[in-house]
Design a protein around this ligand. Sequence first.
Ligand code: NAP
Ligand code: F7E
Length: 349
Amino acid sequence: MKKTAFITGCTGQDGALLSAYLLGKGYYVHGLKRRSSSPNTERVDHLYQATQVKDRRFFLHYGDMTDATNLLRLLNEVRPDEIYNLAAQSHVHVSFETPEYTANVDAMGPLRLLEALRILKLDAKLYQASTSELYGNSGPCPQSETTPFAPCSPYATAKLYAYWITLNYRQAYGLHASNGILFNHESPLRAQTFVTRKITQEVAKIYHGTSDCLYLGNLNAKRDWGHAQDAIEGMWRIVQQAQPGDYVLATGQSHTVRSFVELAFSHIDIPIIWEGEGLHELGRHAHTGKVHIRIDPRYFRPNEVHHLCGDASKARRELGWSPRIRFEELVAEMMKADIEKGLRGACAP
Ligand code: NAP
Ligand code: F7E
């Protein structure tokens, strides 16, 4: 029998990729979408259209993680086999500006889902989108499932509550509820305010001559950047386990923002040299001397996480999961996609 999945955050990067992945496996997919005055379903519109004619397996429902009765009603109507809670105010920097809202969505939202499961006595497996931000600057790299948490932002603190309440409900009520502790994962669908996509989009604009300078914050932060498609497969594998659990999904390699920038520029044959320090640092075209990167203090955070790099040994061992797409391939794919969008005129600011 075909399985049914309920995906919150289905209009985001991961939600769109997961929807496509599960539809490809023959699932019925029900996604939660927020009411918005401007379009917010662009990442899934093609899936919706492709499944409307003779193979109606993709459904979108209005809802919000701050609305408990809406979630309760939808879960009662859909009665899914699997729930993927991907909805979140997912931007770390923005969470310093909107801490209460972030807590409501990212901490209380998962609680509302868990309560709905308990009240409805739903026998569904739940995936909670936990994050490497839980570790903050807690200690040595690489971080694994046993590394202590020390969240450094309202986002990470809200996600810490979500992590523990998922684990509590598993222990207290026997729910099949699991945490995926995912390190940064990217794709051409990544939102434009995250640093990787911001870089590839701006470098593509420089290539097309519609921009000449990229403004960034901390160039020295290090992240374990994997591909979102690999992350999606890991999420699904976590949910397929006979027993619930908590798993790190990561590549085990980290890179600085600076090296991401250099690699992105290399795709348009611009070698970068760096000059100056701190707010006065800049990146120049090594041959023409033109300045292509400047620092803007607006992009520094009140509290920074300096280095994240994950140890996914448990996922390799128990899930048979390993990342397939290398960092260099990820950057190449994102650059190619943004350059092509620019050619089609979709790269306008
Ligand atoms: P994303 O692109 O920002 O997508 C977030 C999704 O949540 C969007 O569909 C968004 O809807 C929805 N959403 C936001 N607030 C909501 C609310 N109040 N009610 C209902 N839906 C709401 O994030 P992502 O990169 O796909 O990440 C997916 C999940 O994994 C998030 O929980 C994130 O915190 C977590 N995570 C991500 C990474 C990563 O590197 N990508 C790593 C670790 C964990 P709109 O489209 O309407 O904005
Ligand atoms: O920042 C630095 C910034 O916003 C990465 C989310 O998916 O992954 C993501 O959170 C680094 C930080 O991602 C700019 O200071 C420099 O050190 O792309 P980001 P993030 O904060 O790591 C985790 C795992 C999640 O869970 C989150 O949901 O890049 N940085 N200059 C900049 N960052 C941004 N956004 N913009 C800049 O101009």
